[in-house]
Design a protein around this ligand. Structure first.
Ligand code: NAP
Length: 351
């Protein structure tokens, strides 16, 4: 696919989006990045440095997902839109509607309405999530087969139960509805699993980063809950964004997952690579104990109950076939990510 004019990346400073911006700049493209505060160097410094070292060019635009007109100016002349911005809060959500559902859905509506008003836009790549495909690992028992695929939708999350997952489900459904009501741009959706791997800024606080910090800071020192995560590397997620944009026949949803790992398997990988002195867990705690402890980590007991001890499996065949994706082993993402937290001083070696 030829990329006419500039390309827009919403939430350009985020963990995933920074990698997408980096790759676009390396292709020599003119990247328009929206951020909430372009004057905050903690949010923009990594991108400014990337632009300096690449053949592409970068402009920042101030835009909040709640602003109905905020995306018109940054989208002007763009052929391609990557809508990546969305609030990502999984633990201790204060007000699910205000903090997650409203910004996620209003943001999708505002970005796509701006696309409808911008004749140059030909394709929108939306960063959804596997949590728009399933709600809890126990949902796997309700489907035919032993793994989730793109035909599945999350039907079990709500404002009160897994509100982040609900916000992603509502946003993706809205995007498909709006795409179906017009014919000037097409929609390609990506559904990444838990994203791990080195970020481009030490200020990144996405969910996978918090999980790796938990390991380094000894949160699981007395044992890890029996939870499984479907992991994908941030560099592979960025690659998938480029392929979704540049593959003319791409359409529909694409699960982006390398493999599923339990918390105790992640601990084993970390111990093998970084040695036994870190407070990595040595054992899995019983589901009963994990259930009792969950609220202390801001995880409601209903969420713990529907996920503890359940396997979590995804079919990534469509992203391999349509986008030609290959995936780094999850072990590499875990090791590279932890190494970065050490290098950035966010985790200190014991002793
Ligand atoms: P992140 O680093 O927290 O990025 C989220 C981005 O959304 C940030 O740029 C943030 O801006 C922006 N944002 C949040 N609320 C906003 C608002 N009201 N107005 C404007 N911008 C707003 O997390 P990420 O992992 O890169 O997430 C990027 C996308 O990937 C999201 O759509 C997320 O749902 C999806 N995803 C992530 C994962 C994962 O494991 N990380 C997995 C699957 C899907 P500020 O920096 O100003 O807050």
């Amino acid at each position: 696919m030829h990329l006419p004019g500039p390309v827009l990346v919403t939430g350009g400073n985020g963990y995933v989006a920074s990698w997408v911006v980096k790759r676009l700049l390396e292709l020599g493209l003119d990247v328009h990045a929206t951020v909430r505060d372009p004057d905050d160097p903690r949010k923009t410094a990594q991108l400014t440095a990337l632009a300096r070292d690449s053949s592409g060019s970068l402009s920042f635009f101030r835009a909040d997902l709640l602003d109905p007109d905020g995306f018109d100016a940054p989208m002007l002349g763009c052929g391609l839109v990557f809508h990546i911005a969305s609030p990502l809060i999984v633990r201790s959500v204060e007000d699910p509607v205000r903090d997650l559902i409203e910004p996620a859905t209003a943001g999708t509506r505002h970005v796509l309405e701006a696309a409808n008003r911008t004749p140059s836009v030909r394709r929108v790549v939306l960063t959804s999530s596997i949590v728009a495909i399933y709600g809890d690992a126990s949902d796997l028992e309700q489907i035919a087969g032993d793994r989730f695929d793109e035909s599945h939708w999350n039907t079990t999350s709500s404002e009160r139960h897994q509100p982040y997952s609900y916000s992603k489900t509502l946003s993706e459904r809205l995007a498909w509805e709006m795409a179906g009501r017009q014919s000037s741009w097409d929609l390609v959706v990506l559904n990444p699993g838990l994203v791990l791997g080195p970020g481009l800024s030490p200020n990144t606080r996405a969910e996978g980063v918090l999980m790796m910090l938990d390991f380094g800071r000894g949160y699981y020192r007395f044992g890890a809950p029996d939870l499984e995560f479907a992991v994908v590397d941030v560099r592979d997620v960025a690659e998938a964004h480029l392929r979704a944009a540049l593959t003319p026949q791409a359409s529909g949803r694409h699960i982006l997952v390398s493999e599923s790992l339990t918390l105790i398997r992640i601990a084993e990988v970390l111990r093998e690579r970084f040695g036994g002195d870190f407070p990595f867990p040595q054992r899995t705690v019983s589901n009963l104990a994990a259930l009792m402890l969950a609220p202390r980590q801001g995880i409601p007991q209903a969420v713990a109950r529907r996920n503890l001890g359940y396997p979590l499996r995804f079919d990534n065949g469509r992203s391999r076939a349509v986008l030609g994706m290959t995936y780094r082993p999850a072990r590499e993402s875990v090791v590279d990510h932890f190494r970065q937290l050490l290098d950035d001083g966010l985790v200190t070696p014991p002793g």
